[in-house]
Design a binder for this molecule. Structure first.
Ligand SMILES: Nc1nc2c(ncn2[C@@H]2O[C@H](COP(=O)(O)OP(=O)(O)OP(=O)(O)O)[C@@H](O)[C@H]2O)c(=O)[nH]1
Ligand SMILES: [Zn+2]
Length: 387
């Protein structure tokens, strides 16, 4: 299977993005190239040290800029001129900002620190949003940072246009990781298309002793997801399903800030009571922003922001989750029609978009535990949850 050209091309695209994510996380430089041949050198703002920045400045052919999302730029008090503000539907487009001299980039976009120490104020006075010469590249750099579960803020050093594969060869000579913007854009869906079941074990659970855990992994070794299958699945009927997004704090520690722990255990109990069904345990911690960023969002919530505004203050969308992996796993298990336990209309819409029929929605809400009233209220009032 892995010898077919189409399959190996897909796998290598995913692998290239994985390498680029790792490089950004360790504070290294990534060479990014878009479909028009525009190139750029990228460092993640939050992991950018002076040495990498200096090297980027030496290699870039134009002055480096900071790129963040519009929401982050606004959160740090930037005023965005109308000609670069973007129209409707571009509420969180990338914004390019002058790289100010003498301000350390590694701290400049760390929200909680800078909010408290006034570093934003420095940035606001020293810098301003400018029109981007390569908006596709800026967009792609932000996507890459998000995939790496880093804050959506990068330093981008523009390279001149090139033709063909020259840029890739140059990156290799410089010992830099290279990635195509098209591979970044297609990463989530490509990775989900290559998901394969790699393990299956009988794991008796409290209240659901006839449970099996199936592990799924993309062909290049990317993000793994789990399917917890209870009982014998009858695919001639809509199957009772729960899509559960990983929540370390709620699932494992029993955190009362959210409702994940009770939702997880009750879903398994409900499925067991029904006789059969599947809980997909999806590796999309913190509504897809990662555990570290979720903890940063909690810090902002302690300062008075709600769960949606906190995400947006950090520069993310309110919810960054993609349910393509969920749809793939269901299809591979032969499940095309489901009864979905959820209050979240977006889960229904996305599953249907990816070809799974949602025959019914099953309410899956629980009373507040005394700590999560605001969280539940925000989900109902602002995230459109059917609570
Ligand atoms: N960013 C962020 N993520 C959170 C917060 N609280 C919980 N989460 C994450 O939200 C996800 C839980 O969502 P789910 O319960 O799967 O889904 P939902 O959108 O509430 O929809 P339901 O199916 O109705 O439960 C997990 O990934 C949690 O880690 C928060 O304050 N900020
Ligand atoms: Zn949670």
């Amino acid at each position: 299977m892995s010898s077919s050209p189409a399959h190996s091309r897909t796998a290598s695209a995913v692998a290239a993005v994985e390498r680029a994510m790792a490089e950004l996380r360790r504070g290294g430089i990534v060479v990014l190239r878009d479909a028009d041949g525009a190139g750029g050198l990228v460092i993640a703002a939050e992991s950018c040290g002076p040495r990498a920045l200096q090297r980027l400045q030496g290699l870039a052919q134009n002055a480096p800029v900071l790129v963040t999302t519009r929401r982050r730029a606004e959160a740090i008090g930037m005023e965005i001129p109308p000609h670069i503000a973007g129209g409707m539907g571009e509420t969180n487009k990338p914004i390019t900002i002058d790289l100010p001299e003498g301000v350390p980039v590694d701290v400049i976009l760390r929200p909680h620190e800078s909010d408290r120490t006034g570093r934003h104020v420095a940035l606001r006075h020293l810098s301003r949003p400018v029109a981007s010469h390569a908006p596709g590249l800026a967009q792609s750099a932000i996507e890459l940072a998000k995939l790496a579960r880093l804050l959506p803020a990068v330093v981008l050093g523009p390279l001149t246009r090139d033709t063909g594969n020259k840029r890739r060869d140059w990156a290799r000579e410089q010992d830099l990781v290279y990635v195509d913007a098209a591979d970044v854009a297609g990463y989530e869906e490509t990775a989900s298309r290559t998901l394969q079941q790699v393990a299956q074990a009988h794991v008796p659970l409290e209240g659901a002793e006839n449970a099996r855990i199936l592990a799924w992994r993309p062909s290049d070794g990317g993000k793994e997801h789990l399917a917890i299958v209870v009982g014998e699945i009858d695919t001639t009927e809509p199957v009772l399903i729960r899509l559960h997004s990983e929540c370390f704090t709620g699932d494992l520690l029993g955190s009362l800030r959210c409702d994940c722990g009770v939702q997880l255990r009750s879903a398994i109990a409900e499925i067991a009571k029904h006789g059969s069904g599947v809980l997909l345990y999806l590796a999309q911690e913190g509504r897809g922003i990662g555990l570290v960023n979720k903890l940063r969002a909690y810090e902002l919530q302690d300062d008075g922001f709600d769960t949606i505004d906190a995400n947006e203050q950090l520069g993310f969308d309110a919810d960054e989750r993609i349910y393509a992996p969920a749809a793939t796993m269901l299809s591979r298990m032969g499940i095309q029609r489901v009864r979905l336990m959820t209050n979240n209309p977006e889960k229904i819409a996305q599953l249907e978009r990816y070809g799974i029929e949602v025959a019914a929605r099953v309410q899956h809400s629980f009373p507040s535990n005394g700590h999560n009233e605001n969280y539940l209220r925000t989900k109902a009032e602002r995230a459109g949850h059917l609570l």
